[in-house]
Design a protein around this ligand. Structure first.
Ligand code: NAD
Length: 255
């Protein structure tokens, strides 16, 4: 049990990659807090986990609103104890041509995926520095490789990688490790929507991926478990770990 009794906070943990991370963490003995914009689903999922014998709490929270994040951080400490692992996973994908990209889509993308990560790191960081722990930021391989139609998304994810490095060096003295993950295209509702809307050509994407398939949420969760586990990654901090089936390494031509 790599996370026995650890209080782990997974933002956006209701579905997709976040849910797979919650499942990996509880399988390793964690207590979990799930702040999600979809509060009803977060509370229902936490109730389901409690029925399975897991200590879990769900909260309605928009990570882009500082007061909500601070209130949830206080509630988590009251309900479960001091946060020892924070996973910043909440996100959304607003895509479209840069020339016509609406201001509100730009602001929402940056508010949730950049500012929201800062708010959560700061609010839960105050608990983390009181005894050590780990932060795992779910960035994207798009932090370092460009896809068209994703100006705000890529900018926010690149910022997450930089925030990861700054916090890693600031908080090393407090025993807090801070790392980020760069998933490749991973089969979730977010990706199903992007495929449906024509922003991802699944066949072409799979063809260009050396491993010839999309990722699975569980595969991202395994990386998130490694980076949360003091036993496994005790000397790893400030790292950006891509989990992408070889997409970013590939620099050749298609046959
Ligand atoms: N799926 C992929 O291919 C992929 C690739 C790279 C990175 N990522 C990143 O992984 C993370 C999870 O993506 P996913 O594919 O599981 O998405 P998803 O849409 O399936 O789930 C996202 C979750 O975040 C929650 N959320 C959204 N906005 C929020 C907010 N403001 N406050 C709190 N919760 C909020 C949603 O309610 C939902 O539960 C995102 O940060 C995404 O950018 C995904």
């Amino acid at each position: 049990m790599k996370l026995r009794d650890k209080v782990c906070v997974v933002t956006g943990g209701v579905q997709g990659i976040g849910r797979a991370i919650v499942e990996q963490y509880v399988a390793e003995g964690a207590r979990v807090a799930i702040p999600d914009l979809n509060g009803d689903a977060a509370e229902a999922y936490a109730a389901e986990l409690r029925e399975r014998g897991v200590q879990a709490s769900g909260y309605r929270c928009d990570v882009s609103v500082l007061a909500e994040v601070v209130a949830v951080a206080e509630a988590v400490e009251r309900d479960l104890g001091r946060c020892e692992v924070l996973v910043n996973n909440a996100g959304l994908a607003l895509m479209g041509p840069s020339l016509d990209f609406p201001e509100e889509h730009w602001r929402r993308s940056i508010d949730v995926m950049e500012t929201g990560v800062f708010f959560c790191c700061q609010a839960f960081g105050r608990q983390l520095v009181r005894g050590g722990g780990a932060i795992v930021n779910i960035a994207s391989m798009n932090a370092s490789v460009a896809f068209p139609m994703r100006l705000a998304y890529n900018a926010a994810k690149a910022a997450v990688v930089q925030m990861t490095e700054v916090l890693a060096i600031e908080w090393a003295e407090h025993g807090v490790r801070v790392n980020s993950i760069g998933p490749g295209v991973t089969r979730t509702e977010l990706v199903d929507k992007a495929i449906k809307e024509g922003f991802i050509d699944e066949r072409a994407y799979v063809e260009r991926t050396p491993m010839k398939r999309l990722g699975r949420p569980e595969e991202i969760a395994k990386a998130a478990l490694f980076l949360a586990s003091e036993e496994d990654s005790s000397f790893v901090t400030g790292h950006f770990l891509v989990v992408d089936g070889g997409w970013t390494a590939f620099g050749y031509v298609l046959p």
